[in-house]
Design a binder for this molecule. Structure first.
Ligand code: ADP
Ligand code: ZN
Ligand code: MG
Length: 479
């Protein structure tokens, strides 16, 4: 029998707040175990939680970016379960009144686009982590993550293939990152997804029994886990069996899913409104503020980078993938443009340094070199004081020594050589060393011209002004 795949996704996005959802503890990743805790997130008796305003702002902003309705009144609920990483034995979440509902986002482009409906997005707190690795005969608990703000974003079962589900996840992640509410890091667990997947006879309108998949920490594995699950469920149905509603864990080593637990129902969690937290009112003013804080969406930014800065689709995509890098690029370009250059004149060079040279030199280059200095470098190149090949050497030195761009150029004698006398001397030497190529050029083989340019640039240590070299070479070779 032919089956149709139905997928709905639950995503947990860690919000980029400095402090936790209901206490003042920090949220930085990688701190020593249990150093970012306090009586509130340790679940001590008698403590009282306070809602993190920033987390609420981020949820509203994300809701607006996802075309959701923002609930004027929403409420936190306790979801009860027992696990060592959950000190209170309940997780504060939202149940019947989530902060955002009924949104959508669009996946795919150019005519093949499709809307995926967002059922809801609600605020909740994260649990801690159980640590098993390298500990003989015991497990330890790290509660640093306990109480970190999460936004859980749940779709309708609108996706019909693993590829569509992955496209949804990538689009959603790009939106969250662009809105500066989540860093989108799947490996570190700040963007986690749980696909729900079922099969039904092709053409049927009724939903089949679904399985929820957990423990997936990369886009590659999401796809692999869903593909495995489709095969497994197909086999069960083909053999006349029934899919059991359950939660299954993806096993990266084996490339399989295995049962974790049978399906829990809402009543198993004994949800009830948290009596320690007041109902959360979202005023018109808060929504208006959030609307003002909305960041340009990834697709719009990508289009704008192509048209406004004259970049290729590819370069624009690399620059806009990380909003910090995109901002850095704009700031660098703006810095040169205040001195009279036009955006399209300088963008290509600057984009090249930012997407090719700098990432090769330092992972977080933007924290080391102020954008203004990239602008300065571009201005010097425009004035002809330094050549393209020198730029990389300057950037390298800039990162190594922390000296300013101007200082480096002066100290290293990297200033471009435009002096005709000096260049002619180099050209004469190169020609004298390569009489065969000179003869070839003179007999009409113009392709060797590039060879001469290369040799002259090399002989000058990359400092020769390329435009001048071209001009002089042409003159000398045709003499
Ligand atoms: P649960 O109570 O198990 O969390 P929900 O109905 O709340 O289930 O749905 C959770 C997610 O599973 C949603 O993204 C939803 O779209 C998706 N989903 C629900 N039913 C199905 C189904 N039969 N097949 C695939 N996905 C489904
Ligand atoms: Zn705390
Ligand atoms: Mg679920």
């Amino acid at each position: 029998m032919a089956y149709e795949v139905v997928i709905g996704l639950e995503v947990h996005a860690q919000l980029l707040t400095a402090s936790k959802m209901f206490c003042g503890c920090g949220t930085a990743f990688g701190a020593a175990p249990n150093t970012q805790t306090c009586p509130v997130c340790l679940g001590m008796p008698g403590v009282l939680p306070v809602i993190n305003r920033k987390a609420v702002e981020f949820a509203v902003r994300t809701g607006l970016a996802l075309h959701c309705t923002i609930a004027p009144m929403n409420r936190f609920a306790r979801k009860h379960y027992f696990y060592p990483d959950l000190p209170k034995n309940y997780q504060v979440s939202q149940y019947e009144l989530p902060i955002c509902e009924h949104g959508w986002l669009e996946i795919g482009q150019n005519g093949t686009s499709k809307r995926v409906r967002i059922r809801r997005a609600h605020l909740e707190e994260d649990a801690g982590k159980n640590l098993h690795a390298g500990i003989a005969g015991a497990s330890h608990v790290d509660l640093n993550r306990a109480g970190t703000p999460l936004l859980e974003i749940v779709t309708e079962p609108d996706m019909g293939s693993p590829d569509e589900a992955v496209a949804y996840l990538k689009t959603l992640r790009d939106i969250l990152v662009s809105q500066k509410v989540c860093d989108g890091n799947m490996e570190e667990g700040s963007f986690r997804c749980e696909p729900n997947l079922s099969l039904r006879p092709a053409g049927s309108k009724e939903l089949g029994t679904k399985v929820e998949l957990k423990n997936i920490n990369s886009f590659k594995f999401v796809k692999a886990a869903m593909e495995y699950e489709i095969k497994r469920q197909t086999k069960v149905l083909d053999e006349g069996g029934k899919v059991v509603q359950e939660t299954r864990l993806w096993d990266t080593e084996k490339g399989e899913t295995a049962v974790m637990r049978s399906k829990e129902e809402a009543h198993d969690y004994r949800y009830f409104p948290d009596p320690d937290l007041v109902p959360l009112r979202i005023t018109e003013e808060m929504i208006a503020e959030a609307r003002k804080s909305l960041q340009e969406l990834p697709e719009a930014k990508h289009k704008r980078f192509v048209s406004e800065f004259g970049l290729t689709e590819q370069t624009a995509a690399v620059l806009t993938a990380n909003p910090v890098v995109a901002d850095y690029f704009v700031a660098s370009v703006t810095a040169v443009c205040t001195s009279g250059a036009s955006k399209t004149d300088v963008s290509r060079d600057i984009a090249n340094w930012i997407t090719v040279d700098l990432p090769g030199l330092a992972k977080d280059f933007w924290t080391h070199i102020p954008a203004g200095e990239i602008g300065e470098l571009s201005a010097l190149k425009r004035k002809g004081e330094i050549s393209g090949p020198i730029v990389k050497a300057v950037l390298e030195e800039r990162l190594k020594t922390g000296k300013s761009v101007a200082e480096i150029i002066k100290a290293k004698g990297l200033v471009q050589v435009s002096d005709e006398g000096a260049l002619e001397k180099i050209i004469d030497e190169v020609m004298a060393k390569n009489p065969q190529q000179v003869a070839q050029y003179k007999s009409g083989k113009e392709a060797v011209f590039g060879f001469f340019v290369g040799q002259v640039m090399k002989a000058s240590g990359g400092k020769a002004n390329p435009a001048k070299v071209n001009e002089l070479l042409k003159r000398k070779l045709t003499q």
